[in-house]
Each structure stands twice: as C-alpha cells, then as structure tokens.
Design a protein around this ligand. Structure first.
Ligand code: AMP
Length: 303
C-alpha cells in the first residue's frame, strides 16, 4: 500500500558536540520519505526553490519515492539551523527561513489522492487540513505538530486532531498542549478528541504509544554509544512506523506495536550521522537485525 507524505524539504545548518554541517539536505518530509521508502512506495508532496540541485533528491527516487508532487518554485529552499548541546534531547533553533515554503499550497497530483496511508508532517494545521481534503479513502492518517502551532493556531490544531487517526508529538509538546505535567493525562485528553492512538517521542528515553482502548506500549531507545546528530529522529521514527504499517496486512494493536519498534530502529540509525546521511545507505536488512535486538532486550518472564 502506498504512503503520502506532505512536509518540508530543507537545507539545514546543524551543530552538535560531534561536529557541524552546512546546507545539509533535511526537512521533515525528506527524513520521513527516506525511512518509509524502505518499506513501501512513498508519494512526496513538498516545495523547493530553484537553488536546490534536482539530483539532491536522486537517492529518494532510487528508493522508490515518487517526487512528482514536489513543486519547484523560483526562489530559495526552506532553511533551518539548529544547535545541540551535551544533552542532545534539547536543541536551540537558531534560525528558520521559510522562503518558498511560506506560500506553499499543498496540491496533490491526481493519483496521490488514492494513497492509503497519509503522514501530515509538522506544518500549519490549516495546510494539513487542505491535504486531508484531497485524499479519498485513507486507511490511516497521522499528523505531527510543534510548539509554534500549539501556541498560535490552537483552534485549527484542535480541528485537525479531531480528523486524523493518529497523532505524534514530543513529550514536551504533549505537556504544553494539555497543560499538564503527566504524559498519560495529556495523551488521554488528546485521544478524547478523536484519534485512535498517540505516539509520544521521548528522545533518548524512547517512545510510548497510548491507544483509545486503553492500551499502553513502551519502546526504549536503542542504546547507541554515539549520537552524532538527532535531527530527523522524530520524522524517521514516523517513517519507519508508517512504512511498516503500509507493508503489513492490517492495523490492529499488535501490528502497531511492531511498527513502534520499526520506527525506533530506523530512528536509531538516523541519529548515527548528520542529516539523512545514514538513512541513505541504510538497508531493510540492517533495520530488521536491530528489530531483533530490540526484541531480545525488552523480553522478560511474567510472574
Ligand atoms: P525532527 O528532528 O524530527 O524534529 O526534524 C527536523 C527537521 O525538520 C529538520 O531537517 C528541519 O529542516 C525541519 N524543520 C525544522 N523546523 C521546521 C518547521 N518549523 N517546520 C517544518 N519543518 C521544520
């Protein structure tokens, strides 16, 4: 089954304790697509400026990502710059230049409307709604968001949360959204708005999933000795998660749990190098081996 993703393709300047890169290919949709395409065909909708050399997206095309939905507009591509400190769970955004993304109106090529799985990456909730309106009969829709939209577009955000099947947020975003210190309370509040499940990302503390039927599932983060650049961890997690669902038969809770582990495994590779560098060489076989390691180190005997 095919996956539709709408989000940013950008050029990132990133500084971490392990080094720095400039104009590294990034963006939420790039990280998501690189991960999800390991599992299933991906239809990508985004916008880039004429400054982005078209061959920079070749690796996505070679992996089976359909880029006909990437608009090329006269001007500069979206740019983001961030700095991580020793605690890489938090980062400072130094600069965000929307550039051609500022006037982005998501337009899906006709056949993309048939995509069964839909990921609305972090963007204005109004744009997310415009995307959903162009999709015919999705099997599963999932959205991401960020503090900016929680603060400035609350009404629109509430509306789109009520329209999707799944929400993914960082732990700090859940707390902010629900005005609570408890992730469990925040997740319950969001589930009461309509979604079937919420995936909460907790950086090096892994990820947890809450479902409407009161299921809870937790995955640790893979114990890496060197995290070189956490950028894109959340989007590649979502890509591995949704990619696995799209390649499986069914969307029941057990499949969701396996998908959380796939997301965690892919994200653990993403952070091993800057930008999408590690995702570019990553194979499904490597992901599957790490999946098996997750199984080994989370098993224990019942009482
Ligand atoms: P993540 O680390 O998963 O949050 O994703 C980081 C990616 O999101 C980077 O490659 C950035 O280019 C992109 N990004 C940063 N800020 C924004 C924003 N305000 N809207 C959309 N994408 C963004």
């Amino acid at each position: 089954m095919s996956i539709l993703v709408v989000g940013t393709i950008g050029l990132d300047d990133i500084e971490t304790p392990f080094g720095s890169v400039r104009s590294e290919l990034g963006g939420s949709a790039t990280h998501f697509s690189a991960a999800a395409a390991l599992y299933a065909p991906v239809n990508l909708v985004s916008v880039v400026g004429t400054d982005l050399a078209p061959e920079r997206l070749d690796f996505l095309r070679q992996r089976g990502v359909d880029t006909r939905g990437v608009q090329v507009v006269e001007g500069q591509t979206f740019r983001w710059s961030g700095r991580y400190h020793f605690d890489m769970n938090s980062r400072d955004t130094l600069d965000t230049q929307l550039n051609v993304y500022a006037n982005f109106v998501p337009r899906l090529p006709e056949d993309y409307g048939k995509s069964q799985f839909v990921f609305l990456a972090n963007m204005d909730p109004e744009q997310q709604r415009q995307v959903l309106e162009q999709v015919r009969a999705p099997v599963l829709t999932m959205m991401d968001t960020m503090d900016l939209w929680i603060r400035t577009r609350r009404e629109e955000l509430d509306r789109i949360i009520g329209m999707v099947d799944m929400v993914t947020m960082n732990d700090s975003e859940v707390r902010m959204f629900a005005d609570t210190t408890s992730i469990a309370v925040g997740a319950r509040l969001i589930l009461a708005m309509g979604p079937r499940a919420i995936l909460v990302k907790k950086g090096e503390n892994g990820a947890v999933m809450f479902t409407r039927d009161n299921q809870f599932f937790a995955a640790p983060a893979y114990p890496l000795e060197e995290v070189r650049d956490p950028t894109g961890a959340g989007d590649s997690f979502a890509g591995g998660f949704m990619g696995y669902l799209a390649s499986s038969d069914g969307t029941e809770d057990d499949v969701f749990k396996r998908a959380v582990i796939h997301g965690s495994a892919v994200a653990s590779f993403c952070v091993e190098d800057f930008g999408v560098q590690r995702l570019q060489t990553l194979t499904r076989g490597e992901v599957d081996r790490r999946y098996s390691e997750f199984h080994t180190f989370t098993q224990f005997e019942p009482l």
